[in-house]
Design a protein around this ligand. Structure first.
Ligand SMILES: Nc1ncnc2c1ncn2[C@@H]1O[C@H](COP(=O)(O)OP(=O)(O)OP(=O)(O)O)[C@@H](O)[C@H]1O
Length: 324
């Protein structure tokens, strides 16, 4: 049984279709990233899973319990931790008092180690907290009862890079002990570092669910070529070149620099280039942001034709001849 099962989940706010027939599973013991730009529908899915919104259509189960059944939802909630996008605590309470209240409701098996890790200023009143400190307190509250599943809405917002890294290491270690993590994000570098699988949502509709490695594989390579001479544009007319840019004033040694993302066969590319004198060539993993852009900047996608869609997403934007 999956930790989270969504079946045709649909939520309308009047005219706005915030979730449109969303179906996917989050397996036990995985870190699942739910990605999408602002307004895509991530918080709506999360709040529906928590029973805070009722679905217009469709169903969902959390830890095997139906979210539309009050008794079952309560049972699931005992075993889950939830970090909302804006964690709210009693403003007049100190951090310590806020956590004590939380502990009396859910338990605090792990508060000591979590306080050491995230270190919110416990003796100050919450109303004096910065956004980052509220987030730290929220993380302690989310994990302190040692849940089986955590649902986190943009968990690293407000955290400095050091704390983000600490959070990542903590979450990975918890996953290795069997915790299931479902978190939303619009930060792709965060997802790349943390997730096992990724679901991408756009305008309320699920675009894709796939392992993060396959997303990275499809993202191809970021190629930078420094050529001693100008390379004719025909040389770049092969499958898999995206966003080709040329800079004829590159470097102190002259020559021309070319940069592009490449999703084709590297051997084909090297074969094309061997007749030109290159000063330098580098291939790196493409930024995940670029893949994301291809999902969102491509032509309107048909939600019913997954394989077709993926071909178009990957093939979209070939060329860039005019730029050369
Ligand atoms: N209570 C509401 N009433 C009307 N429309 C709403 C309400 N809540 C959300 N929406 C709309 O539903 C859509 C999805 O919003 P949602 O907050 O789920 O997106 P999101 O992906 O979580 O965005 P963000 O990253 O900005 O939090 C948006 O168009 C939003 O304006």
């Amino acid at each position: 049984m999956a930790a989270i099962e969504l079946e045709g989940l649909t939520k309308e706010y009047g005219e706005v279709l915030a979730n449109d027939d969303v179906t996917f599973d989050v397996e036990r013991g995985e870190i699942f990233g739910y990605l999408g730009p602002n307004g895509a529908g991530k918080t709506t899915t999360i709040r529906t899973l928590l029973g805070l919104l009722s679905p217009t259509a469709g169903t969902a189960r959390v830890l095997g319990q139906a979210i539309t059944d009050e008794g079952q939802l309560l049972e699931a909630k005992r075993r889950l931790g939830y970090l909302p996008d804006n964690p709210a605590f009693d403003e007049t309470a100190t951090g310590r008092e806020a956590l004590e209240l939380h502990a009396s409701i859910k338990g605090d098996a792990r508060s000591e180690e979590l306080l050491e890790l995230f270190d919110p200023p416990l003796d100050r009143e919450v109303r004096e907290y910065s956004r980052g400190n509220v987030q730290k307190l929220g993380l302690v509250a989310t994990f302190m009862h040692d849940p089986d599943l955590v649902i986190l809405d943009e968990p690293t917002s407000g955290l400095d890079p050091l704390l983000q890294q600490r959070f990542n290491e903590f979450v990975r270690a918890e996953r290795d002990r069997g915790l299931t993590v479902f978190f939303s994000s619009h930060i792709l570098s965060e997802v790349r570092k943390l997730c096992d699988r990724v679901g991408i949502i756009r305008d309320g509709r699920l675009v894709t669910v796939e392992p993060v490695e396959s997303l990275l594989d499809r993202s191809g390579k970021f190629v930078r070529i420094h050529a001693a001479e100008s390379i004719p544009k025909q040389a770049f007319e092969i499958d898999g070149i995206h966003g080709l840019e040329a800079d004829a004033s590159a470097g102190p040694n002259g020559g021309t620099e070319y940069v592009f993302t490449f999703t084709g066969d590297v051997n084909d590319l090297l074969e094309r280039l061997r007749q030109y004198r290159l000063l330098d060539l580098s291939l790196e993993e493409a930024p995940l942001e670029e893949v994301f852009m291809r999902f969102y900047d491509g032509e309107e996608m048909d939600n019913d034709a997954d394989s077709d869609r993926e071909t178009r997403v990957v093939a979209g934007g070939t060329g860039g001849d005019d730029d050369v």
